[in-house]
Design a protein around this ligand. Structure first.
Ligand SMILES: C[S@@+](CC[C@H](N)C(=O)[O-])C[C@H]1O[C@@H](n2cnc3c(N)ncnc32)[C@H](O)[C@@H]1O
Length: 224
């Protein structure tokens, strides 16, 4: 093993602050010169490999906690659900901060396409955008082009290896009707969101923060 510490010739007594400072500097100098040497570089690259392997291992196999958030879309809070707070962009900003802080392993957030330009800048820079496209959607008079897709902003998730099937960042599914709640998601969309994050039912948790009809929880739990 390559010595990373200076030899014992340095006095151990560090009580005198001046000696301490000098000592710290010499140690730093020694460490730097060791790390610059060929042995040091080899040592560092092995350490990095080790850390990368450990990270990969932890990232791939430890239990992960994910969340799906389907809050009222910006501007629809009061009108559709009686929660006016969601008509304020600040509420969405605060919510996204908390979502990100509480679920560092990964999360997905539904939004409407008109709100995307305002919601996206509130998200961390490493998010991706999935699209739920609706081959059948309600066409409103004088709304042309129709709003026939919804963004799903997502980040994190399990790393997948080459053997696992590639998940598309879009899902084509007709809207649900007569579920008793505007904005209820079809089962297939819930399953796609689970796949987007690569969540494993046998290991992970997946919290649905705005259950509504409870469809997401059923899809997550049913296929255990
Ligand atoms: C878009 S819907 C969720 C639909 C759900 N994903 C589904 O597929 O059935 C939003 C839900 O969040 C609820 N909600 C919104 N703001 C809330 C709040 N502050 N506290 C509790 N529930 C809230 C609404 O009542 C509504 O049921």
């Amino acid at each position: 093993m390559l010595p990373l510490r200076p030899p014992e010739k340095f006095p151990k007594n560090l009580q005198n602050p001046k000696i301490g400072t000098r000592l710290k500097r010499s140690r730093l100098h020694y460490t730097k010169s060791v790390l610059r040497s060929a042995h040091g570089k080899l040592f560092l690259s092995r350490r990095l490999d080790l850390l990368r392997d450990r990270h990969h291992h932890q990232h791939s196999w430890r239990k992960m906690n994910f969340a799906y958030a389907d809050p009222p879309y910006l501007g629809q809070g009061k009108k559709l659900y009686g929660y006016a707070m969601w008509d304020d962009l600040n509420t969405h900003g605060e919510f996204i901060k908390r979502l990100h802080a509480h679920f560092p392993d990964g999360w997905a957030l539904s939004a409407s396409s008109p709100s995307l330009p305002k919601i996206l800048p509130l998200c961390p820079p490493d998010v991706r955008i999935g699209a739920w496209v609706k081959p059948f959607a309600v066409f409103k008079p004088n709304v042309n082009p129709a709003y026939a897709w919804e963004p799903v902003i997502f980040r994190g998730g399990r790393k997948r290896d080459r053997k696992q099937p590639t998940v598309r960042d879009w899902c084509s599914q007709v809207i649900t009707l007569k579920k008793g709640l505007t904005g209820a998601k079809p089962e297939q969309v819930c399953e796609w969101i689970i796949q987007l994050l690569g969540a494993r039912r046998d290991e992970d948790t997946f919290k649905d923060i705005f259950p509504g009809t409870g469809v997401f929880g059923r899809v997550w739990g049913n296929s255990k």
